[in-house]
Design a protein around this ligand. Structure first.
Ligand SMILES: Cc1cc2nc3c(=O)[nH]c(=O)nc-3n(C[C@H](O)[C@H](O)[C@H](O)COP(=O)(O)OP(=O)(O)OC[C@H]3O[C@@H](n4cnc5c(N)ncnc54)[C@H](O)[C@@H]3O)c2cc1C
Length: 350
């Protein structure tokens, strides 16, 4: 097939690699000169590396191996935990994507940077992959249903401190979102904030408060972006156009994580049964993640603290990161809190 890919993010580049490797002719266009222009927390769970030809242990881009987290709520430390069996890496995303791009080029993909695709000669291609991220417009213009597509705002900056450990994620929840501080190697940090129902100034203030705790000295400017927060599009194909990654809403609504799903979609989006592959592996879990988020947003501050202190850390991690419903046995630990149980039943289980 002759395949056109719009966008050199994780989804587009991984598609370019695998489709070229399988013998397709691939052209990829990226509107920016530099890869990874869009702000990101740059954390990738280990499963994400199952879908790419490059591995963190043999790379220049893997900055820190992570298998611990300290969880706060409104600035108060709730618990510290080992996150295993879930672990991952903080990466330099620009170097990661450059490495992936080089692999795609080695397989024969033609990659054009600094070229925004506007008018597309559709008849020249058998398949068009819209991997243009959350700013994508092409598939929408072709008539794909985006009526449930919703974005949430986020901010991201870099800084320096000697107050955090290099194997640990620091997360401060505040009801409608969270602040993160991720160790970026050698005392640097990637920090940011994202959420679902407040103003940018509220998020900014929350972030500053958490940064202060760790005496973070900001470096450079804080940048804004957004992530799809309402689960994946039901339909991923219209005519000869497919969507992959953020353009398809493939982000875990509860955590804002999207790279793993974008890489998976990129690897599979040129296959005939792409939609079935995606829905079997991740689609349903992202929908559960959306329900878990809706439960979380209904809780009062007191109920959130009660829930977090009652459930096992692993249950919370699996709910937020993997879109996994807590078992009935875990849920029963909250039996003395009928209001929480009722919100869980109506949001997640029924
Ligand atoms: C602040 C923030 C922090 C995040 N942190 C994390 C994190 O720590 N871990 C995680 O897993 N996920 C994180 N995410 C989500 C993650 O960044 C995205 O899910 C992921 O990058 C999606 O990949 P993609 O390839 O679909 O899209 P993108 O990475 O957005 O790539 C799309 C590319 O298409 C290009 N493009 C757009 N239009 C055109 C056009 N017309 N012509 C040519 N090129 C075009 C863009 O320039 C861009 O390079 C975060 C998101 C935000 C906003």
């Amino acid at each position: 097939m002759k395949i056109l890919v719009i966008g050199a993010g994780p989804a587009g580049l991984n598609c370019a690699y695998w489709a070229s490797k399988e013998g397709h002719q691939v052209e990829l266009y990226e509107m920016r000169k530099k890869l990874a222009y869009k702000p990101c927390g740059e954390a990738i769970f280990s499963e994400g590396f199952d879908f790419v030809p490059i591995k963190p242990t043999e790379s220049k881009w893997a900055l820190n191996y992570i298998d611990r987290a300290v969880i706060y709520y409104n600035g108060e430390e709730l618990f510290e935990t080992d996150t295993k069996p879930y672990y991952g890496w903080i990466v330099n995303k620009t170097l990661f994507l450059e490495d992936l791009m080089q692999q795609a080029i080695n397989e024969g993909a033609k990659v054009f940077l600094n070229q925004k695709l506007e008018k597309i000669e559709e008849e020249k291609y058998d398949l068009i992959v819209d991997a243009a991220g959350y700013i994508s417009t092409f598939a929408r213009r072709k008539g794909l249903d985006y009526s449930n597509y919703k974005l949430a705002p986020a901010l991201r900056g870099y800084g320096k401190t000697n107050k955090i450990r290099e194997d640990t994620l620091y997360i401060d929840f505040f009801g409608s979102g969270y602040v993160w501080i991720f160790p970026y190697g050698k005392g640097y940090v990637n920090y940011g904030v994202g959420g679902h129902s407040a103003s940018k100034s509220f998020y900014f203030e929350r972030m500053q408060r958490f940064l202060k705790k760790f005496e973070i000295e900001p470096l450079g400017k804080i940048e804004g972006a957004a992530f799809p927060a309402n689960g994946p599009l039901r339909q991923l194909r219209i005519g000869k156009v497919v969507v992959a990654g953020d353009s398809a809403g493939m982000v875990m609504p509860s955590s804002g994580e999207g790279i793993r799903f974008a890489l998976f979609a990129g690897k599979n989006c040129f296959k005939e049964n792409y939609e079935e592959i995606f829905w079997t592996k991740y689609g349903e879990r992202l929908i559960v993640g959306k329900k878990i988020l809706s439960f979380w947003l209904k809780l009062s501050d007191k109920e959130i603290i009660k829930t977090v202190k009652t459930l096992k850390p692993l249950t919370l991690i699996e709910a937020f990161i993997e879109g996994k419903k807590p078992s009935i046995w875990e849920g029963l630990k909250l039996i003395s809190e009928p209001s929480i149980i009722q919100k869980a039943l109506t949001s997640v289980y029924i």
